[in-house]
Design a protein around this ligand. Structure first.
Ligand code: PLP
Length: 398
Protein backbone atom coordinates (compact mmCIF):
# COMPACT_ATOMS: atom_id res chain seq x y z
CA UNK A 1 0.00 0.00 0.00
CA UNK A 2 1.35 3.43 -0.94
CA UNK A 3 1.70 5.77 2.04
CA UNK A 4 1.97 9.55 2.05
CA UNK A 5 5.65 9.12 2.86
CA UNK A 6 6.12 7.02 -0.29
CA UNK A 7 4.25 9.66 -2.28
CA UNK A 8 6.46 12.43 -0.88
CA UNK A 9 9.60 10.41 -1.69
CA UNK A 10 8.37 9.98 -5.27
CA UNK A 11 7.86 13.76 -5.41
CA UNK A 12 11.54 14.28 -4.58
CA UNK A 13 12.57 11.98 -7.45
CA UNK A 14 10.25 13.76 -9.87
CA UNK A 15 11.61 17.15 -8.79
CA UNK A 16 15.14 15.96 -9.41
CA UNK A 17 14.17 14.97 -12.97
CA UNK A 18 12.08 18.09 -13.75
CA UNK A 19 13.66 19.79 -16.82
CA UNK A 20 12.48 23.25 -15.73
CA UNK A 21 13.21 22.92 -11.99
CA UNK A 22 15.86 25.66 -12.11
CA UNK A 23 13.24 28.25 -13.09
CA UNK A 24 12.01 28.42 -9.50
CA UNK A 25 15.14 30.40 -8.57
CA UNK A 26 13.99 33.18 -10.88
CA UNK A 27 11.06 33.90 -8.54
CA UNK A 28 10.81 35.85 -5.30
CA UNK A 29 8.30 33.63 -3.48
CA UNK A 30 6.96 34.15 0.06
CA UNK A 31 8.45 31.78 2.65
CA UNK A 32 6.30 28.92 3.85
CA UNK A 33 3.50 29.30 1.31
CA UNK A 34 2.75 27.25 -1.78
CA UNK A 35 1.19 29.22 -4.56
CA UNK A 36 -1.34 27.32 -6.65
CA UNK A 37 -2.72 30.42 -8.39
CA UNK A 38 -0.26 31.11 -11.18
CA UNK A 39 -3.35 30.95 -13.42
CA UNK A 40 -4.81 33.98 -11.69
CA UNK A 41 -1.88 36.22 -10.78
CA UNK A 42 1.58 34.85 -11.47
CA UNK A 43 4.20 35.59 -8.77
CA UNK A 44 7.01 38.14 -8.80
CA UNK A 45 10.21 37.43 -10.70
CA UNK A 46 13.54 38.91 -9.63
CA UNK A 47 13.83 40.18 -13.20
CA UNK A 48 10.55 42.15 -12.99
CA UNK A 49 11.60 43.74 -9.71
CA UNK A 50 14.94 44.78 -11.23
CA UNK A 51 13.30 46.13 -14.39
CA UNK A 52 10.78 48.28 -12.53
CA UNK A 53 13.48 49.53 -10.16
CA UNK A 54 15.58 50.51 -13.17
CA UNK A 55 12.72 52.55 -14.62
CA UNK A 56 12.14 54.31 -11.30
CA UNK A 57 15.76 54.97 -10.38
CA UNK A 58 17.15 55.76 -13.79
CA UNK A 59 14.95 55.84 -16.89
CA UNK A 60 12.20 57.95 -15.34
CA UNK A 61 14.15 59.78 -12.62
CA UNK A 62 17.18 60.75 -14.72
CA UNK A 63 16.11 60.34 -18.34
CA UNK A 64 12.66 61.84 -17.87
CA UNK A 65 10.88 62.56 -21.16
CA UNK A 66 14.08 61.92 -23.14
CA UNK A 67 13.77 58.22 -22.41
CA UNK A 68 10.86 57.98 -24.85
CA UNK A 69 13.37 58.47 -27.63
CA UNK A 70 16.73 57.61 -26.10
CA UNK A 71 15.50 54.44 -24.38
CA UNK A 72 13.28 51.57 -25.45
CA UNK A 73 9.88 52.88 -24.30
CA UNK A 74 8.49 53.64 -27.75
CA UNK A 75 9.15 50.13 -28.98
CA UNK A 76 8.10 48.43 -25.75
CA UNK A 77 4.58 47.38 -26.78
CA UNK A 78 5.96 45.68 -29.89
CA UNK A 79 9.02 44.11 -28.24
CA UNK A 80 6.87 42.79 -25.37
CA UNK A 81 4.43 41.48 -27.96
CA UNK A 82 7.26 39.62 -29.67
CA UNK A 83 8.19 37.93 -26.39
CA UNK A 84 4.55 36.86 -25.95
CA UNK A 85 4.67 35.64 -29.53
CA UNK A 86 7.48 33.22 -28.71
CA UNK A 87 5.31 31.68 -26.00
CA UNK A 88 2.15 31.37 -28.12
CA UNK A 89 3.77 30.33 -31.40
CA UNK A 90 3.34 33.64 -33.23
CA UNK A 91 6.01 35.09 -35.52
CA UNK A 92 7.79 38.34 -34.65
CA UNK A 93 5.69 41.34 -35.56
CA UNK A 94 2.30 39.67 -35.11
CA UNK A 95 1.62 40.39 -31.42
CA UNK A 96 1.41 43.71 -29.61
CA UNK A 97 1.01 44.18 -25.85
CA UNK A 98 -1.30 46.75 -24.28
CA UNK A 99 -4.73 47.47 -22.84
CA UNK A 100 -6.60 44.95 -20.69
CA UNK A 101 -7.88 41.69 -22.12
CA UNK A 102 -11.42 43.10 -22.10
CA UNK A 103 -10.41 46.11 -24.18
CA UNK A 104 -8.13 44.03 -26.41
CA UNK A 105 -11.00 41.65 -27.09
CA UNK A 106 -13.28 44.53 -27.97
CA UNK A 107 -10.72 45.79 -30.47
CA UNK A 108 -10.09 42.48 -32.22
CA UNK A 109 -13.76 41.48 -32.25
CA UNK A 110 -14.67 44.80 -33.83
CA UNK A 111 -11.86 44.37 -36.36
CA UNK A 112 -13.09 40.86 -37.12
CA UNK A 113 -16.72 41.99 -37.50
CA UNK A 114 -15.58 44.69 -39.90
CA UNK A 115 -13.69 42.19 -42.09
CA UNK A 116 -16.75 39.99 -42.41
CA UNK A 117 -19.33 42.74 -42.81
CA UNK A 118 -21.96 41.43 -45.21
CA UNK A 119 -25.77 41.33 -45.27
CA UNK A 120 -25.77 37.53 -45.12
CA UNK A 121 -23.58 37.26 -42.04
CA UNK A 122 -25.87 38.10 -39.16
CA UNK A 123 -24.32 36.33 -36.20
CA UNK A 124 -21.53 36.74 -33.67
CA UNK A 125 -21.13 33.32 -32.04
CA UNK A 126 -19.70 33.27 -28.52
CA UNK A 127 -18.54 30.52 -26.17
CA UNK A 128 -21.42 30.20 -23.66
CA UNK A 129 -19.00 29.06 -20.94
CA UNK A 130 -16.55 31.87 -21.64
CA UNK A 131 -15.20 34.13 -18.93
CA UNK A 132 -17.93 36.72 -18.16
CA UNK A 133 -15.99 39.73 -19.49
CA UNK A 134 -15.64 38.01 -22.87
CA UNK A 135 -19.38 37.46 -23.05
CA UNK A 136 -20.18 41.05 -22.05
CA UNK A 137 -17.73 42.46 -24.58
CA UNK A 138 -18.82 40.14 -27.38
CA UNK A 139 -22.47 41.04 -26.84
CA UNK A 140 -21.60 44.73 -26.99
CA UNK A 141 -19.62 44.33 -30.22
CA UNK A 142 -22.52 42.39 -31.73
CA UNK A 143 -24.94 45.17 -30.80
CA UNK A 144 -22.65 47.89 -32.17
CA UNK A 145 -22.25 46.01 -35.45
CA UNK A 146 -25.92 45.09 -35.82
CA UNK A 147 -25.18 41.37 -35.38
CA UNK A 148 -27.22 38.78 -33.52
CA UNK A 149 -25.43 37.61 -30.40
CA UNK A 150 -25.66 33.82 -30.15
CA UNK A 151 -24.00 31.62 -27.52
CA UNK A 152 -23.07 27.96 -27.78
CA UNK A 153 -20.75 25.53 -26.03
CA UNK A 154 -17.42 25.40 -27.84
CA UNK A 155 -17.75 21.69 -28.52
CA UNK A 156 -21.14 22.34 -30.21
CA UNK A 157 -19.83 25.17 -32.36
CA UNK A 158 -18.71 23.16 -35.43
CA UNK A 159 -22.25 21.81 -35.80
CA UNK A 160 -23.58 25.38 -35.67
CA UNK A 161 -21.06 26.85 -38.12
CA UNK A 162 -22.77 28.14 -41.26
CA UNK A 163 -22.44 30.97 -43.74
CA UNK A 164 -24.60 33.30 -41.60
CA UNK A 165 -21.88 33.63 -38.96
CA UNK A 166 -19.46 36.54 -39.20
CA UNK A 167 -17.26 35.90 -36.17
CA UNK A 168 -16.81 33.21 -33.55
CA UNK A 169 -15.06 33.76 -30.23
CA UNK A 170 -14.09 31.29 -27.52
CA UNK A 171 -11.50 30.59 -24.87
CA UNK A 172 -8.89 27.97 -25.65
CA UNK A 173 -9.18 26.77 -22.05
CA UNK A 174 -12.32 26.87 -19.95
CA UNK A 175 -11.56 29.04 -16.90
CA UNK A 176 -13.56 26.78 -14.61
CA UNK A 177 -13.02 23.19 -15.76
CA UNK A 178 -9.65 23.69 -17.55
CA UNK A 179 -11.03 21.87 -20.61
CA UNK A 180 -8.61 22.37 -23.50
CA UNK A 181 -10.46 22.88 -26.76
CA UNK A 182 -9.31 21.59 -30.11
CA UNK A 183 -8.41 24.99 -31.51
CA UNK A 184 -7.01 23.61 -34.75
CA UNK A 185 -10.10 21.59 -35.66
CA UNK A 186 -12.59 24.27 -34.58
CA UNK A 187 -10.71 26.99 -36.44
CA UNK A 188 -10.53 24.84 -39.57
CA UNK A 189 -14.27 24.09 -39.35
CA UNK A 190 -14.98 27.83 -38.97
CA UNK A 191 -12.81 28.68 -41.96
CA UNK A 192 -14.80 26.29 -44.15
CA UNK A 193 -17.58 28.87 -43.76
CA UNK A 194 -15.21 31.87 -43.92
CA UNK A 195 -15.94 32.69 -40.26
CA UNK A 196 -13.30 34.85 -38.55
CA UNK A 197 -11.95 33.21 -35.40
CA UNK A 198 -11.03 35.06 -32.21
CA UNK A 199 -9.50 33.00 -29.40
CA UNK A 200 -8.87 34.07 -25.81
CA UNK A 201 -5.60 32.49 -24.65
CA UNK A 202 -5.72 33.90 -21.10
CA UNK A 203 -5.57 30.50 -19.39
CA UNK A 204 -3.50 28.89 -22.12
CA UNK A 205 -0.38 30.98 -22.73
CA UNK A 206 2.47 29.57 -20.67
CA UNK A 207 0.58 26.42 -19.69
CA UNK A 208 -0.17 24.79 -23.05
CA UNK A 209 1.14 25.11 -26.58
CA UNK A 210 -1.07 27.65 -28.34
CA UNK A 211 0.58 27.45 -31.78
CA UNK A 212 -1.51 30.34 -33.06
CA UNK A 213 0.21 30.46 -36.46
CA UNK A 214 0.20 26.70 -37.03
CA UNK A 215 -3.45 26.55 -35.95
CA UNK A 216 -4.30 29.28 -38.45
CA UNK A 217 -6.12 31.40 -35.86
CA UNK A 218 -7.19 34.81 -37.19
CA UNK A 219 -7.04 36.81 -33.95
CA UNK A 220 -6.12 36.07 -30.36
CA UNK A 221 -5.97 37.97 -27.10
CA UNK A 222 -4.84 37.09 -23.60
CA UNK A 223 -3.79 38.31 -20.17
CA UNK A 224 -0.23 39.14 -19.17
CA UNK A 225 -0.69 38.53 -15.46
CA UNK A 226 -1.47 34.82 -15.37
CA UNK A 227 1.07 32.14 -16.38
CA UNK A 228 3.17 34.85 -18.04
CA UNK A 229 3.77 36.41 -14.59
CA UNK A 230 3.57 40.00 -15.86
CA UNK A 231 2.28 41.39 -12.54
CA UNK A 232 -1.02 42.73 -11.20
CA UNK A 233 -2.86 44.54 -13.99
CA UNK A 234 -0.16 43.61 -16.50
CA UNK A 235 -0.95 44.56 -20.09
CA UNK A 236 -2.88 42.18 -22.29
CA UNK A 237 -1.82 41.26 -25.83
CA UNK A 238 -3.36 41.07 -29.28
CA UNK A 239 -2.38 38.74 -32.10
CA UNK A 240 -3.47 39.02 -35.73
CA UNK A 241 -2.46 36.47 -38.36
CA UNK A 242 0.32 37.92 -40.55
CA UNK A 243 -1.85 37.26 -43.64
CA UNK A 244 -4.42 39.84 -42.44
CA UNK A 245 -2.53 42.34 -40.28
CA UNK A 246 -1.98 44.83 -43.10
CA UNK A 247 -5.67 45.13 -43.91
CA UNK A 248 -7.39 45.18 -40.52
CA UNK A 249 -8.92 48.22 -38.88
CA UNK A 250 -9.42 48.45 -35.15
CA UNK A 251 -12.01 50.73 -33.56
CA UNK A 252 -9.78 52.91 -31.33
CA UNK A 253 -7.34 54.50 -33.78
CA UNK A 254 -5.12 56.38 -31.38
CA UNK A 255 -1.79 58.03 -31.95
CA UNK A 256 0.26 55.06 -30.70
CA UNK A 257 -1.23 52.97 -33.51
CA UNK A 258 -0.45 55.63 -36.11
CA UNK A 259 2.22 55.04 -38.74
CA UNK A 260 4.06 58.11 -37.35
CA UNK A 261 2.92 58.91 -33.80
CA UNK A 262 5.23 61.89 -33.55
CA UNK A 263 4.29 63.23 -36.99
CA UNK A 264 1.12 64.69 -35.38
CA UNK A 265 -0.75 64.37 -38.65
CA UNK A 266 -4.35 65.53 -39.06
CA UNK A 267 -5.48 62.20 -40.38
CA UNK A 268 -5.10 58.73 -38.96
CA UNK A 269 -2.81 56.42 -40.92
CA UNK A 270 -2.47 52.99 -39.29
CA UNK A 271 1.00 51.59 -38.68
CA UNK A 272 1.90 48.99 -41.27
CA UNK A 273 2.13 46.14 -38.78
CA UNK A 274 0.51 44.86 -35.60
CA UNK A 275 1.21 48.09 -33.68
CA UNK A 276 -1.87 49.47 -35.45
CA UNK A 277 -3.70 47.71 -32.58
CA UNK A 278 -2.08 50.08 -30.06
CA UNK A 279 -4.17 53.10 -29.15
CA UNK A 280 -2.67 55.27 -26.41
CA UNK A 281 0.58 55.75 -24.54
CA UNK A 282 2.34 52.55 -23.45
CA UNK A 283 1.96 51.74 -19.73
CA UNK A 284 5.71 51.73 -19.24
CA UNK A 285 5.94 50.61 -15.60
CA UNK A 286 3.70 47.58 -15.98
CA UNK A 287 5.00 46.79 -19.46
CA UNK A 288 8.58 46.74 -18.17
CA UNK A 289 7.64 44.23 -15.46
CA UNK A 290 5.92 42.04 -18.01
CA UNK A 291 8.76 42.31 -20.50
CA UNK A 292 11.22 41.13 -17.86
CA UNK A 293 8.97 38.26 -16.71
CA UNK A 294 8.61 37.12 -20.32
CA UNK A 295 12.38 36.94 -20.50
CA UNK A 296 12.19 34.30 -17.76
CA UNK A 297 9.52 32.13 -19.39
CA UNK A 298 11.35 32.33 -22.70
CA UNK A 299 14.44 30.73 -21.14
CA UNK A 300 12.57 27.42 -21.18
CA UNK A 301 11.21 25.49 -24.17
CA UNK A 302 7.42 25.54 -24.18
CA UNK A 303 7.44 21.75 -24.67
CA UNK A 304 9.26 21.34 -21.35
CA UNK A 305 6.90 23.73 -19.59
CA UNK A 306 3.93 21.79 -20.93
CA UNK A 307 5.43 18.45 -19.87
CA UNK A 308 6.00 19.70 -16.33
CA UNK A 309 2.56 21.30 -16.16
CA UNK A 310 0.90 18.01 -17.13
CA UNK A 311 3.27 16.05 -14.87
CA UNK A 312 2.35 18.13 -11.80
CA UNK A 313 -1.38 17.81 -12.56
CA UNK A 314 -1.13 14.07 -13.18
CA UNK A 315 0.77 13.65 -9.92
CA UNK A 316 -2.00 15.49 -8.10
CA UNK A 317 -4.62 13.21 -9.69
CA UNK A 318 -2.58 10.18 -8.66
CA UNK A 319 -2.53 11.48 -5.09
CA UNK A 320 -6.24 12.21 -5.30
CA UNK A 321 -7.02 8.67 -6.42
CA UNK A 322 -4.74 7.09 -3.83
CA UNK A 323 -5.57 9.12 -0.75
CA UNK A 324 -8.76 11.09 -1.22
CA UNK A 325 -11.36 8.50 -2.19
CA UNK A 326 -14.47 8.20 -0.04
CA UNK A 327 -14.47 11.86 0.99
CA UNK A 328 -16.49 14.80 -0.32
CA UNK A 329 -13.87 15.89 -2.85
CA UNK A 330 -14.26 15.04 -6.52
CA UNK A 331 -12.48 16.06 -9.72
CA UNK A 332 -14.10 18.60 -12.04
CA UNK A 333 -11.39 18.47 -14.72
CA UNK A 334 -10.39 15.91 -17.28
CA UNK A 335 -8.01 13.20 -16.14
CA UNK A 336 -6.16 13.07 -19.47
CA UNK A 337 -3.36 15.64 -19.20
CA UNK A 338 -3.36 16.45 -22.91
CA UNK A 339 -7.02 17.51 -22.64
CA UNK A 340 -6.44 19.89 -19.73
CA UNK A 341 -5.02 23.35 -19.31
CA UNK A 342 -2.79 24.24 -16.39
CA UNK A 343 -5.25 23.95 -13.54
CA UNK A 344 -7.51 21.35 -12.03
CA UNK A 345 -10.96 22.04 -10.63
CA UNK A 346 -11.33 20.27 -7.33
CA UNK A 347 -15.00 20.03 -6.39
CA UNK A 348 -16.41 20.05 -2.87
CA UNK A 349 -19.96 20.89 -1.66
CA UNK A 350 -18.38 23.29 0.86
CA UNK A 351 -15.68 24.56 -1.49
CA UNK A 352 -15.54 28.10 -0.13
CA UNK A 353 -14.79 26.95 3.43
CA UNK A 354 -12.32 24.35 2.15
CA UNK A 355 -10.43 27.00 0.15
CA UNK A 356 -10.15 29.13 3.30
CA UNK A 357 -8.89 26.12 5.26
CA UNK A 358 -6.22 25.47 2.64
CA UNK A 359 -5.17 29.11 2.54
CA UNK A 360 -4.91 29.13 6.35
CA UNK A 361 -2.48 26.21 5.99
CA UNK A 362 -0.34 28.19 3.52
CA UNK A 363 -1.67 26.52 0.37
CA UNK A 364 -2.94 29.37 -1.77
CA UNK A 365 -5.88 28.28 -3.96
CA UNK A 366 -9.07 30.05 -4.96
CA UNK A 367 -12.78 29.45 -4.89
CA UNK A 368 -15.13 29.77 -7.85
CA UNK A 369 -18.83 29.54 -7.03
CA UNK A 370 -20.62 27.34 -6.43
CA UNK A 371 -18.33 24.40 -5.64
CA UNK A 372 -14.95 24.77 -7.35
CA UNK A 373 -11.52 25.03 -5.73
CA UNK A 374 -9.05 25.94 -8.44
CA UNK A 375 -5.55 24.54 -8.16
CA UNK A 376 -3.11 25.62 -10.85
CA UNK A 377 0.11 23.78 -11.67
CA UNK A 378 2.26 26.60 -12.96
CA UNK A 379 5.35 24.81 -14.25
CA UNK A 380 7.93 27.52 -13.63
CA UNK A 381 7.95 27.60 -9.85
CA UNK A 382 5.91 24.70 -8.44
CA UNK A 383 7.52 21.49 -7.26
CA UNK A 384 6.18 17.97 -7.05
CA UNK A 385 6.92 18.29 -3.32
CA UNK A 386 4.37 21.12 -3.18
CA UNK A 387 1.77 18.86 -4.76
CA UNK A 388 2.55 16.13 -2.21
CA UNK A 389 2.06 18.68 0.57
CA UNK A 390 -1.33 19.69 -0.88
CA UNK A 391 -2.46 16.07 -1.09
CA UNK A 392 -1.34 15.54 2.50
CA UNK A 393 -3.37 18.52 3.75
CA UNK A 394 -6.42 17.42 1.75
CA UNK A 395 -6.34 14.01 3.42
CA UNK A 396 -6.76 15.85 6.74
CA UNK A 397 -9.63 17.97 5.42
CA UNK A 398 -11.54 15.32 3.49
C1 PLP B 1 -10.41 34.01 -19.91
C2 PLP B 1 -10.29 35.42 -19.42
N1 PLP B 1 -10.50 36.44 -20.27
C3 PLP B 1 -10.44 37.71 -19.84
C4 PLP B 1 -10.15 38.02 -18.53
C5 PLP B 1 -10.17 39.45 -18.08
O1 PLP B 1 -9.04 40.13 -18.40
P1 PLP B 1 -8.82 41.69 -18.09
O2 PLP B 1 -9.11 41.89 -16.64
O3 PLP B 1 -7.39 41.88 -18.44
O4 PLP B 1 -9.73 42.48 -18.93
C6 PLP B 1 -9.90 37.00 -17.63
C7 PLP B 1 -9.57 37.32 -16.23
O5 PLP B 1 -9.29 36.50 -15.40
C8 PLP B 1 -9.99 35.67 -18.07
O6 PLP B 1 -9.78 34.65 -17.23
Amino acid sequence: MTTLDDFTRRAAHLDAANPVASARHQFDLPEGEVYFLGNSLGPLTHAARAAVTRVLDDEWRNGLVRTWHDGDWLDLAASTGDLVGRVIGAPAGSVVAGDSTSVALFKVLAAAARINQSPGRRVLLCDSRNFPTDRYVARSVAELHGLDFVEAEVTDMPARFADDIAVMTASMIDYRSADLHDVRAITAAAHEHCIITVWDLAHAAGAVKCDVLANDIDFAVGCGYKYLNGGPGAPAYMYAAPRIIGSVHQPIPGWFGHAEPFGFEDTYRPAAGITRFSSGTTHVLSMKAMHAALGVINMYPIDDLRTTCIGLGDFFIEGFDTFLGGGNFSLGSRREGSQRGGHIALLHPDAERMSKELIARGLIVDFRPPNVIRVAFSPLFLRYADVARLVGELTVLK
